[in-house]
Design a protein around this ligand. Structure first.
Ligand code: HEC
Ligand code: HEC
Ligand code: HEC
Ligand code: HEC
Ligand code: HEC
Ligand code: HEC
Length: 505
């Protein structure tokens, strides 16, 4: 019986003999297996609306690699076999690879190739798009490095921007920033795995895209907001004569040129403002330049500025934009006093519990090593405190104490992050001036120009107080009132900075 030459297919073989080898078989098995798994995952992922983080990573990053390895093994096996066969027939020179559609085995191979490539191309297209979408999702940004991003993700989901994706502020549109972000992302993943990232994450964020290309895609800077009303209820932490104090004011946001005034106007419509700070966090602003519509420049410096005589180098000068005031549009870390005022005003914490504000402020601002430790301490200390404080009355007030414990614990979880050292004093909010310098970085009445102009500290320029005082004795005037300092008015606030006394705890 004559032996069949190795490169001629037997009548049963539908493909070139080169495809009949173990490497190719394994490749086919792997490819089919992962193809089916991938199809199921696609369907599953599709119906779960991309909410599952690990499913996404599996479907779009890990499984495709195995599928491609399987597919690659098919031709690799065939090429290896071809080499082996040709080596055996050492006499004949290896001929060129022939493709002849009139040969049935070639036709079959061409058919499988076209079908396979077609399916693969479609899957790649969908996969690439889904992978792109996926790396742009909130789940990916916020939960991927779960512990690292916990403060940002938690504050974000409780903020007015909870429905705006991380990437809309952090990356914006266009391929260039996408690629930049992914490159810096790789570096971040490396540091996350090594665990040597800084705690807290340093701000200001250096590679944040300018506001024109992010915030201003949704917010039109010329929009007039006229005045925004603010209603505050304060509770004393000491034994003030008044347990609570109300303040109602109109913050003059303004905006359009026709309206002629307002906070937003001063940096977009009338002037371009540039500034330089002497610290990394841009809190000690000692040099300010305002350029008006006619190009006239006014430079303001503070008394001890190191740039009093020579302007700062170009790389430390910032042009003021939305984020120099709204640096916390979404990651807000409120300070203990504000959190408690809100909870007490809404009766979530009973304001009648004696000394609740000072005790809770102390517990919220203590430095802990972990959230678990904090939550336990809050529970045990508040309960013990009221057991002693209330004595025989404890039993009747216990429900209020329990409610207060739960409320303070919730505040802690939403605003203080001991593992990342992220809280209000690590991330100063630049809107306002009570516990962080904010507007008073420039508007402290001490930034002056060479011809004697001063950046104003006039209390009525940015807002008008229309109601203030203890609830039973309110002072009201819609034309605006002079400020009365809550609880005790000794006039010290006029000559000092609010931040000299107010630290948030
Ligand atoms: C509305 C816009 C906006 C959205 C949405 C947003 N961020 Fe931010 N984020 C900012 C701004 C502005 C800063 C810069 C603060 C600064 O430089 O002082 C910032 C800062 C950060 C920082 C630095 C640390 C800090 O707390 O300031 C991290 C990390 C961060 N964001 C992650 C995220 C993640 C993760 C998401 C989505 C879950 C997200 N951001 C969504 C605007 C946004
Ligand atoms: C994708 C659109 C989008 C982007 C980008 C965006 N915002 Fe917003 N922003 C909104 C929407 C929508 C609201 C209104 C939310 C509401 O009132 O419920 C809002 C609300 C606000 C508010 C009012 C918050 C409050 O307390 O009521 C401020 C301030 C603000 N944005 C600033 C910014 C800044 C600064 C940036 C850039 C870092 C930015 N936004 C980027 C959509 C966006
Ligand atoms: C000079 C500081 C400053 C700058 C710069 C600034 N804002 Fe504001 N903005 C304020 C203040 C103050 C308020 C009043 C509300 C508050 O205190 O939170 C406000 C309010 C807003 C509001 C909410 C209005 C409302 O109804 O509650 C939006 C939205 C807003 N700003 C968007 C922007 C955008 C977008 C930019 C950049 C184009 C910008 N702001 C630049 C100080 C500023
Ligand atoms: C980096 C410095 C800087 C910061 C920070 C800053 N401003 Fe200003 N602001 C200026 C300068 C400079 C002027 C005066 C512009 C000029 O030359 O007329 C000004 C003017 C104003 C005016 C107009 C004053 C008038 O007399 O009509 C308002 C209102 C205002 N700022 C509000 C704010 C608010 C609110 C904040 C904080 C959220 C703030 N500014 C933060 C630099 C700053
Ligand atoms: C350059 C603008 C500006 C000037 C000048 C200014 N403020 Fe304010 N002030 C603000 C802004 C903006 C807020 C709102 C902060 C917020 O959104 O919580 C604020 C908030 C306040 C609050 C409420 C604080 C809180 O968070 O509960 C008081 C009280 C107050 N200002 C008093 C004063 C007094 C008194 C003066 C004069 C010494 C003054 N302000 C000068 C911009 C200014
Ligand atoms: C000399 C120190 C000092 C200075 C300066 C000062 N305050 Fe106060 N402030 C206090 C004290 C003390 C209380 C009372 C706290 C209490 O009873 O719980 C208080 C309470 C307040 C409260 C109620 C706070 C709350 O959370 O319950 C507000 C609002 C306030 N001050 C605004 C201001 C503003 C605005 C400035 C700057 C213009 C300022 N203060 C400057 C010492 C000061």
């Amino acid at each position: 019986m004559s032996k069949q030459p190795a490169d001629v297919p037997t009548p049963k073989q539908k493909f070139s003999v080169y495809f009949y080898n173990w490497t190719t078989y394994i490749g086919v098995l792997i490819a089919i297996f992962f193809f089916i798994v991938e199809l199921l995952m696609f369907a599953f992922e599709f119906f779960s609306h991309g909410q599952n983080l690990y499913l996404g990573i599996l479907t779009y990053a890990i499984l495709p690699v195995f599928l491609i390895i399987g597919l690659l093994l098919i031709p690799v096996g065939a090429l290896l076999k071809r080499r082996a066969v040709l080596k055996g027939k050492s006499a004949s020179k290896p001929g060129p690879i022939r493709i002849d559609p009139s040969v049935p085995s070639h036709r079959n191979a061409i058919f499988v190739f076209i079908l396979g490539t077609g399916i693969l191309l479609i899957m790649t297209a969908i996969g690439t798009y889904k992978a792109y979408q996926y790396t742009e999702s909130v789940a990916f940004c916020g939960l991927m490095c779960h512990d690292v991003m916990k403060p940002e993700h938690t504050t974000y989901i409780n903020s007015p921007h909870a429905r705006v994706k991380c990437v809309e502020c952090h990356i914006g549109e266009g391929a260039e920033w996408y690629v930049r972000a992914k490159i810096s992302g790789i570096r971040q993943v490396y540091h996350t795995i090594k665990g040597d990232y800084s705690r807290p994450i340093a701000t200001p964020v250096h590679n944040l895209r300018p506001a024109e290309e992010t915030c201003e895609r949704c917010h039109w800077p010329g929009k007039s907001y006229t005045s925004v009303e603010m209603n505050k209820t304060y509770f004393t932490a000491y034994d003030s004569e008044h347990p609570s104090w109300l303040l109602r004011m109109l913050v003059h946001v303004g905006g359009t040129p026709e309206k002629g005034s307002g906070i937003h106007k001063h940096m977009y419509i009338d002037n371009d403002i540039y500034f330089a700070a002497e610290d990394e966090r841009l809190q000690e602003v000692t040099w300010v330049k305002s350029v008006d519509k006619d190009g006239k420049e006014t430079v303001y410096t503070s008394e001890d500025s190191k740039w009093k005589d020579t302007p700062p180098p170009a790389e430390v000068i910032h042009k003021m934009d939305c984020m120099d005031c709204h640096n916390r549009p979404t990651h807000r870390y409120p300070y203990p006093s504000r959190l408690l005022n809100q909870a007490m005003a809404s009766n979530e914490i009973d304001p009648e519990l004696p000394g609740i504000k000072s005790k809770a402020m102390e517990l919220l601002s203590k430095e802990y090593t972990s959230e678990t430790e904090a939550l336990e301490t809050i529970d045990t200390e508040l309960t013990t405190h009221y057991r002693e404080e209330l004595g025989d009355n404890f039993a009747t007030r216990e429900p209020q104490v329990k409610k207060a414990v739960a409320s303070v614990q919730k505040m802690f979880q939403n605003s203080m992050f001991p593992e990342m050292k992220a809280r209000w004093d690590a991330y100063p909010d630049n809107i306002g001036h009570l516990v962080a310098p904010g507007c008073f970085r420039c508007h402290d009445g001490e930034h002056t120009s060479s011809d004697g102009a001063v950046i104003t500290k006039d209390c009525t320029v940015c807002h008008s107080i229309i109601e203030q005082g203890p609830p039973d004795n309110l002072e009201r005037d819609t034309r605006g009132l002079g400020f009365t300092h809550p609880f005790e008015d000794d006039g010290l606030w006029e000559d000092m900075s609010c931040t000299d006394c107010h630290t948030g705890n």
